[in-house]
Design a binder for this molecule. Structure first.
Ligand SMILES: [Zn+2]
Length: 259
């Protein structure tokens, strides 16, 4: 069985509190050998590191999701900065911009996105980028970073943008990661974009516990379900599932600096 790598899951979410060992066992049985558990707050950064210390198949990120910034305690950013050098940390994020929700003023989201980009650069880590209804702003800020410092080591998580956005991100060195939404019946446009992304620059993820792919749509999502998204994308790219799994796993290892 080909190995799969779930590049984005929120395993510190309370929905996994009762049965995480069983969830990880099902992932291993489905061929998933690695999962990056993604932080969304200062305390979630510490929790993700704790999980990665306990379970060898996990790696962690540290960061504050844009929608959470406004409600974080004053020392949350300092906590992220102090945790970034932990050996289980393979990326900074998730960070980015979100115009769908209005929980954090947009200027504050931009401030924190810039901080995350700078922190990732300083520690030679990947950056995990969330973008919802803010493609033009995300590309603008990435371009500023790219023009000043060169290629951006990172990924566009749960990508749902158009082809021009994907191409702009690829040109700056980023990887494009697809989640369960690409499997949805009405997602023809997103599949058409995925068909134009080189396999060498593609990642696959669950975003567990959210956005379960077809045929488990509506259920709690978990890393084992990444096989459905991988099968869909293999079909879109017209490559065998083994080829798709092997290459996207290699991509993730390269990006996150994992063997
Ligand atoms: Zn996420």
């Amino acid at each position: 069985m080909a190995e799969l790598f779930d590049s984005h899951a929120h395993l510190d979410d309370e929905k996994f509190q009762g049965d995480l060992p069983a969830v990880l066992e099902r992932a291993r049985n489905a061929g998933v050998t690695r999962v990056v558990t993604i932080a969304t707050t200062g305390s979630s950064s510490a929790a993700c590191i704790g999980l990665a210390e306990r379970y060898t198949m996990l790696a962690a990120t540290v960061g504050i999701q844009p929608n959470n910034i406004a409600q974080e305690p004053a020392d949350a950013w300092d906590q992220v900065v102090s945790l970034v050098t932990h050996p289980k940390v393979v990326a900074v994020g998730e960070t980015g911009l979100d115009r769908h929700w209005d929980y954090t003023p947009f200027a504050q989201q931009e401030d924190y996105f810039a901080r995350h980009l700078e922190l990732a650069r300083r520690h030679h880590l990947a950056v995990v980028i969330h973008c919802r209804e803010a493609e033009a702003d995300v590309v603008r800020m990435l371009k500023e970073d790219f023009e000043r410092h060169g290629p951006v080591r990172g990924l566009m998580h749960s990508f749902t943008g158009d082809l021009a956005t994907a191409q702009a991100c690829l040109a700056m060195g980023l990887y494009i990661s697809f989640a369960g939404m690409v499997t949805y019946k009405n997602a023809q446009n997103l599949r058409a974009v995925a068909a134009q992304v080189p396999l060498e620059r593609m990642l696959v993820e669950t975003d567990s516990p959210y956005l379960a792919p077809v045929p488990v749509r509506g259920q709690r999502n978990e890393p084992a379900h990444v096989v459905h998204t991988a099968a869909c994308l293999g079909g879109v790219l017209r490559v065998a599932i083994e080829t798709f799994s092997q290459q996207t796993t290699q991509n993730a290892r390269t990006l996150f600096g994992l063997r």
